[in-house]
Design a protein around this ligand. Sequence first.
Ligand code: SF4
Length: 495
Amino acid sequence: MIVRRSIDPRSVARSRLSDEIGRIDRSLPPRIALTYPSPYRVAMSSLGFQTVYRRIQQSGQETVARVFAPDDPPAWGQGSADLSYETAAPLHAFALVAFSIAYELELASMLGMLSRAGIPLLGAERDGDSPLIVAGGPLTFSNPLPLAPFVDAVLIGEAEDELMDLVDRALAAGSKAHRLEQLATMGSVWVPSLHGDRLPQAAICHTEQLPAWAPIRTPHAELRDMFLVEAVRGCSRRCHYCVMRGQKGRGMRIIPKERIMDRIPSEARKVGLVGASVSDHPHIVSVVETLADRGCHVGLSSLRPERLREPLVRALRAAGAKTITTAMDGSSQRLRDLIERNTTAEHLLLAAQTCRQARIERLKLYLMVGLPGETTRDMEECAALVRELSRLLPISLGISTFCAKVGTPLQTAPFAGIDVAQRHIKTLRRALAGKAEVRATSIRWAWVEHVLAGGSASEGLAVFEAERRGGTFSDYRKAFEKLGHTPFSAHPGDD
Ligand code: SF4
């Protein structure tokens, strides 16, 4: 008989805290719950979350306690409140609850956390006794509108410059209405109850604030014990599906090598260089070589295939890389050209050859299916290329389904349809059986993400309804279909 012992979240938190290196402890009692609607291991691998943590802890003005979603979330709204790691306090004990939201599907978890804490979910139902609920994070670069019914304010874009001003205004004395009015006058803060659907300009921080770096290293993060530091901010490329594509004022900002190196503690043995387009850093080879000479293992958060030339690949191998991860994204040259991905079959073949020569053991490739106009012929071209690559070294293909994001040229592109994406992935699996390891993320949840990515307050409220019913895909489907969304293709046989 298997005896299940319930895990005490306080003792889990204590044990994780004791394994952290670099935490910034302060004696000032925290008034802010810095909250991540995914588990600890994900949050502590988030450079953005750790940067906000560090900046508030170092401000001398306020302190935070961190709250994470449980490792195994209970059914929505059930179970006891999630407690802060530093003070073992529930969310409702704080004056300000600040959520960092990476992407659309975290909205459900955010609602679950508020619900378990007994905080009214709808902003309109919260009075001055409830904490103020604010949000920020990568989601705000595209479309935060579905958050509208639930949050009091959202910091749109890069948080560094406006963060402490937002904290001051949110925690100021006075009524909730007065504090919201004060927040609404900030350049990049959206207060849904006052602004409606009018979003302010996304904040772009001053370059002297860069690089972002993560103070805490822990063996319990997904990126175990890794010190994270930013090498570039933004991207100068123009891929049509990507929210990070170069935009006015938000193109690629390169962090000088010395500033990156100055940030890395001498005792760090694993270093993650972070950024939307790290391999475009003009001195990336030299940065990786210097770290390899120090005996560091180095990971890069993004690698363009055309950058995988001998000097960089050799430097990465010297820094401990056995697997290299890059992306083809469009399945055929026609589609890659259409989305301005600018990656060719030749780039990928040359990258694979270079990796093989440098004794890299595996190439991981990311691919998106479901791009507008995609057909079975595109899948066949993709399979032929992956088979050719697999003759050079073992290949893992990670497939996701395209979701259109607001603020990109493909923002109005429809979802391919669960049926179409399934068929295309099946074609690839069949064609690559025995040639490459093929993994695909959930197509159903990609549809949910797609609906939310283009949605508004109504879609946010549909999440509320779906989660109340149980949070299964079928609950979401029912709630979204009422708003006219359908998960299937209108023309499933268009191939
Ligand atoms: S997909 Fe990568 S290279 Fe393309 S715009 Fe986005 S961050 Fe830049």
